[in-house]
Design a protein around this ligand. Sequence first.
Ligand code: KG4
Ligand code: ZN
Length: 469
Amino acid sequence: MASNLTPLTSRLTLLRKPSIRFSTKAVQNLQFIPKLSRPLTPFLHRTTDFVSVHYSSCRKARAINASSQDEELVVLGIETSCDDTAAAVVRSNGEILSQVVSSQADLLVRYGGVAPKMAEEAHSLVIDQVVQEALDKAKLTEEDLSAVAVTIGPGLSLCLRVGVRKARKLAGAYALPIIGVHHMEAHALVARLFQSDLQFPFMAFLISGGHNLLVLARDLGHYIQLGTTIDDAIGEAYDKTAKWLGLDMRKSGGPAVEELAREGDEKSIKFKVPMKQHKDCNFSYAGLKTQVRLAIESKNIDAAIHVAEASEEDRKARADIAASFQRVAVLHLEEKCERAIEWAMEIEPSVKHLVVSGGVASNQYVRSRLNKIIEKKGLQLVCPPPSLCTDNGAMIAWAGIEHFRMGRYDPPPPACEPEDAVLDLRPRWPLGEELAQGRSEARSMKTARIHPSLTSLIQASMQQQQQQP
Ligand code: KG4
Ligand code: ZN
């Protein structure tokens, strides 16, 4: 195990040699966005610059700089990376003052998935109202905020843009510092909002509509990726299964499959567990999706007939498919999670907790099955409540607070930023560097337009800081 860490460590800390994904040039390009007449604050990777910046014109930043450790920060978090428009106000003592989520359930029902252009329009329609409601519910105004945190990636760039524009407009108008947040890091860190004594290092298993991610969180902003999905994420498989089974998609597909599965026989259909022969921690749900579709076709299930209107026999057939799908989908999670714990314990034997978060973590069956594995391995499961597992603004605000305390934030944007300003959006943004041992041979290594990982940017920036006289 230790020998595998060497290449990883050198990639993390040096960033000099061109690596498979990120070259030094790529990092340099990030620091000088050439198209801009005025440099656009590129969030986290300018930590060093930030530290030396003087905020004489920024009342809020000055006050915060003086007391970055204090417990009086009040941060607005904005999230629009996928199909939920969310905002929340959180205090640095962990108090959630408000939480507002507007979901695009109607669009999900209509399209059976997220259509980027439609999602962008839906975000644009409600963003002002969602943010205002979050402030109103917190009984605060913009004047009371210490900073604004916003998801800058990964996600759909059309959707991310809506949240980032709103955050910059607000931060510009009220001279507030701004923190660019990694959506997946926020899913992991929210566990520290929910359980304040949760210390690094810990493991995180993030399972959502777009991601299956197993990471070792060594420190804030320092993650090792143990496994990821080579195609679809588990939430996508739940959503498609729900759609093909004619279930109610208004609360997204996952909860509907979970509910129907309770009526079914989970051993009735023998779906194949994906990637059993791959002794890594990566995932694949595309094949299982196909198996489910074929099973549905073979039983002549008509998705146009809603499950509520199906005959008893038809409903039973659907429930059996739902239960059998769920058993195998979760078995795949269990197998990879167990191996990932072994890998993580070799790197960091002091790990005591495994955080399970992301939309699919609100599933009771998933929680109980994973809990068995986690307990068997001598770890403790930390699972935030469903409202903090699915996409929400509180996790963004909290991740913002954590980085803010470390001095990782950008100064307020200009009060009147042009509408066509180039924004720092990171649709494909890894959280950490991949463990050499964890790289999948089955994976189509699509590396084009992948942003350098959050971990590599923070490490590079910390190194730069250390080298400064
Ligand atoms: O984290 P999230 O809100 O958004 C993404 O970042 O993707 O996760 C949404 C996903 C959807 O695929 C949804 O079907 C799934 O989480 N989900 C569930 C459950 N609740 C939400 N999947 C299975 N069981 C649930 N109870
Ligand atoms: Zn999410």
